[in-house]
Design a protein around this ligand. Structure first.
Ligand code: BGC
Length: 627
């Protein structure tokens, strides 16, 4: 009896144990894997995970020696061999080092692919966000997010510092073109679409183990980057970028918070704070906004990546700056080069009890979770599936569609547009008609952008030449000086490339040379069409009557054919202004939030928010002379 009972109770015990254990014997949950790693990590290894250094700020061996968790290419941070192969090799070399460390934690590489993989030669360059705002087309924006993710992944990169979720309130800001709109609702809608495009695993994609995110998006810059006041920036040469937002909390929430709530709800796992301040205190130092609001109230479970060297701006004393920023909620510090200084401060701060080990564990937990969600532990190198995607015909067609839909027809007297493909002679004027660099704007090849035609694509001049009949002659003059008269003249004017505070300008006008080109071309064209390439509305009240038609084309990127698709009438104009278009510089800042509904005559904008001919509800503007 006793002998038979014993095995029976043992059997029972084993069965109970099995029932308890079996459910957790399947693939281990990400949380368990993260905790498991965290338990094994030394303080040095944890601090290493909290570092992101610019690729030029490390020497070979540093990633392995200092357990650096992340590397970035900032604007212009391309390898010498600027090709898909060159990028893959560069990223793989860093990854090799990371994987050679004791715990083999993979490296996460980040880049600003803000309108396509802009630094990469041969990438598809999509319109900057302002142009996408004019399309009002979330499905298109989602597809652009996915196409960008594919091009970024092809180079072995899993992290994109985009989209910008600023609802820019003052077009004098040099980052206006990085914003979809001045309207938070439009920013919310298109930011969400882009994030989903970047992050959602495509149906035909085979994910790596644990992979939930295709390419990591980074809604930025939290919070109120587009709400600073002109003249408050303390950064040398800047006026409004990185400035101070002088608004009460309710206004800040109403204008800027919703797009972040949406992004978090849709699975955003990385957010970048703004360089700017709120009532005199840098956002990177605002525990209230970063931890209480973003992480706790909005429920953000991802990592906060600082902006480039932004912790340095918190306080003159770097120790104080680091302690403040990390305690405010920054999880990873983006550094140009002095990562060793950061390491020694972090070690000292932990020893002094100024930064708790819990805070460090929280940061590292967030970082490791993201790395698992990207499938990096399983597939740390470049995605073999997406090599051919860079600059592919499919992506270029998508970009071309985006250009078409982004065009806003401001004026079209006597229905001069669409142009006739069979016209005998068309004049094309202005150096900007023949410049991929100008039409792409900042964040292309270099941080500030370039003027020339380095990035492969189609200029507006080439697109016109390709669109017309074989009997049509196209004559080009950069100055707009032509010997004979033509039925049509197309002049391309606008801004030359800039990025960030370098583009802060209190006077937004066409340059004297652009005005001269319009004047010259006017003399020899029966009908004159002006295309403006710009990162924001420019003040054109004095020139608007010099031409029969005006088209706002924003910063369209590499696919100039999208412009001719619409100029020659193969597609209709459907774009609507994503920003209020002011009449004069004196009116600035002017937007839907500070404009009284009954602003009339010279107090009204030149073109209101949402305006665009060819679009229901937009009637041609009545021209009035204002002092
Ligand atoms: C910009 C960020 C960008 C970072 C890295 C900073 O200057 O403000 O938007 O992500 O550089 O390139």
């Amino acid at each position: 009896m006793i002998r038979t009972q014993q095995p029976r109770s043992l059997f029972f015990l084993l069965s109970v144990l099995l029932i308890i254990l079996v459910p957790s014997c399947g693939p281990r949950q990400v949380e368990d894997r993260v905790e498991d790693l965290l338990r094994q990590m030394t303080l040095q290894e944890k601090i290493g995970q909290m570092i992101q250094v610019s690729k030029d700020g490390v020497r070979p061996g540093d990633v392995a020696e200092y357990f650096i968790g992340s590397i970035l290419s900032p604007g212009g941070g391309s390898p010498i061999n600027n090709s898909v192969e060159g990028w893959r090799e560069m990223v793989a070399a860093f990854q090799d080092e990371a994987l050679s460390t004791r715990l083999e934690i993979p490296l996460l590489y980040g880049v600003d692919a803000v309108h396509g993989h802009g630094n990469l030669l041969g990438a598809t360059i999509f319109p900057h966000q302002i142009g996408l705002g004019a399309t009002r087309n979330p499905e298109l924006v989602r597809q652009i997010g996915q196409a960008t993710a594919e091009e970024v992944l092809a180079t072995g990169i899993h992290w994109n510092f985009a989209p910008v979720l600023a609802a820019a309130q003052d077009i004098r800001w040099g980052r206006t073109y990085e914003a979809y709109s001045e309207d938070p609702a439009l920013v919310d809608q298109l930011g969400a679409a882009y994030l989903q495009g970047l992050q959602t695993l495509p149906e035909d994609y085979t994910p790596a183990e644990d992979q939930k995110i295709f390419v990591l998006a980074t809604p930025k810059h939290f919070l109120g980057d587009g709400g600073t006041t002109w003249g408050t920036s303390e950064t040398e040469g800047y006026h409004i970028d990185q400035g101070d937002m002088l608004l009460d909390e309710l206004a800040v929430r109403n204008l800027f918070l919703q797009p972040y709530q949406t992004a978090v709800d849709l699975g955003a796992m990385s957010v970048m704070p703004s360089y700017s301040s709120w009532n005199g205190v840098k956002m990177h130092a605002q525990q209230y906004w970063l931890t209480d609001v973003l992480k706790e109230e909005l429920g953000f479970g991802g990592l906060i990546i600082s902006d480039y060297n932004a912790l340095l701006q918190i306080d003159e004393d770097y120790y104080t700056a680091v302690v403040t920023g990390i305690n405010a909620g920054v999880d990873m510090n983006m550094i140009s080069s002095d990562f060793k200084g950061f390491i020694s401060i972090m070690e000292k701060a932990v020893a002094n009890g100024d930064i708790s080990e819990d805070r460090i564990d929280d940061a590292v937990r967030r970082i490791l979770t993201v790395k698992f969600m990207l499938g990096l532990f399983d597939r740390p190198y470049a995605d073999p599936q997406s090599v051919d995607q860079v600059g592919s015909e499919e992506h270029r067609q998508l970009a071309r569609q985006a250009v078409r839909e982004s065009l806003v027809l401001l004026k079209n007297d006597q229905q001069v547009l669409p142009l006739d493909k069979n016209a005998a002679l068309i004049h094309v004027a202005g150096m900007k008609a023949d410049s991929i660099g100008v039409q792409s704007g900042g964040w292309t090849i270099t941080w500030q952008g370039i003027m020339g035609n380095l990035q492969p694509g189609t200029t507006i001049l080439e697109a016109i030449q390709e669109s017309v009949s074989s009997d049509t002659r196209v004559e080009y003059s950069s100055k707009g000086s032509f010997e004979s008269s033509a039925e049509y003249g197309v002049v391309v004017v606008g801004e030359t490339p800039y990025a960030e505070g370098a583009g802060d300008k209190d006077e937004l006008r066409l340059s004297e040379s652009d005005i001269k080109v319009i004047q010259n071309a006017r003399e020899t064209s029966e009908y004159l069409i002006v295309v403006i390439l710009s990162g924001r509305p420019l003040i054109i009240s004095e020139q608007v009557q010099m031409a029969d038609a005006w088209v706002a084309a924003w910063l369209p990127g590499t696919e100039g054919s999208g412009i001719t698709d619409v100029l020659f009438g193969d597609y209709p104009f459907t774009g609507k202004l994503p920003f209020t278009w002011p009449r004069s510089n004196e009116q600035l800042p002017m937007n839907i939030h500070n404009l009284t509904e009954n602003a009339q005559g010279c107090d009204a904008p030149l073109f209101p928010f949402g305006y665009g001919l060819g679009v229901a509800g937009s009637a041609p503007i009545e021209w009035i002379d204002c002092p």
